[in-house]
Design a protein around this ligand. Structure first.
Ligand SMILES: [Zn+2]
Length: 271
């Protein structure tokens, strides 16, 4: 028992030391409270908890600017706080495990604006790629790799007024990383023990089929039509709505909204 206590004390000591080194400064946190509508939803205690969690994220992850993007203390604190908000409810109430949901990545790469990526189309034969058919450039808002960083652009991700057409690139890319935690990117992150797999599958399958029918008919999709791309993109897009436009999602796909409340363990629809 004494040994466990000593280990616990040592862990707390190391945590406090790393927090002292990287704790988000008071003047920056005050600016975040004023500038981030996503943060203003929380009460005083919630904000204090988020500041600690965001500071821990800053101590563990790297934020790298490319193409002239300057990572100032305000920029990295903004990004760490968005990440903290996304995983805030995933903490086990008895054990602080929120950071374990971020174990499969180390870095956020930040472009100043949307960026260009070259993609190649392959020539298929019998279902297998046998050569490259063409190269084309696409403008990307963000991207995620299995064993790589989250890539975002600041123009889309800096704090902005919440709108009905959700646009939260970092939450989108982070949702992909949560999805990948069980080994595949298929729109199904590891669910909590108290959740029901069948209810999750039915809610997401029905909604995904519905948005694809709407898109194929040329009708307006109830959430960003990009969600119709595949189940992984559907999960990432509805996660953006869950945090930015919860009532739009709740109205469009109530069963999906309910499952996301259970997964993210938060609900902003009454705010
Ligand atoms: Zn995506």
């Amino acid at each position: 028992m004494e040994k466990i206590n000593r280990v616990g004390r040592l862990k707390r000591c190391l945590l406090q030391r790393s927090l002292r080194k990287r704790k988000i400064a008071a003047h920056i946190w005050l600016r975040l409270e004023k500038q981030m509508p996503l943060l203003s939803r929380y009460n005083k205690h919630g904000k204090q908890q988020l500041r600690i969690l965001a500071s821990r994220i800053l101590a563990k992850k790297y934020f790298t600017g490319v193409q002239g993007m300057q990572i100032t203390p305000l920029v990295e604190a903004t990004l760490a706080t968005q990440i903290a908000i996304t995983v805030f409810g995933l903490q086990d109430p008895l054990q602080d495990r929120a950071l374990s949901w971020l174990d499969n990545w180390h870095e956020v790469v930040v472009y100043p604006t949307p960026f260009i990526r070259s993609h190649c189309s392959s020539i298929q034969m019998g279902g297998s790629p046998v050569g490259i058919d063409s190269m084309h450039d696409l403008i990307e808002e963000g991207e995620t790799f299995y064993q790589g960083p989250l890539v975002i652009n600041w123009q889309a991700d800096e704090p902005h007024e919440l709108t009905k057409q959700a646009n939260q690139v970092l939450i989108h890319e982070l949702a992909h990383k949560l999805d990948m935690l069980d080994g595949s990117s298929n729109g199904h992150p590891p669910l909590h023990a108290e959740m029901n797999e069948e209810k999750w599958f039915k809610a997401f399958k029905d909604a995904f089929e519905h948005i694809n029918r709407q898109v194929n008919k040329g009708c307006k999709a109830p959430v960003n039509a990009y969600a119709a791309t595949n189940p992984a993109e559907f999960f990432a897009v509805v996660s953006e709505y869950f945090f930015e436009s919860p009532n739009v999602l709740r109205h469009a796909y109530p069963d999906v909204f309910e499952q996301l409340c259970l997964f993210y363990r938060q609900d902003f629809s009454h705010g």
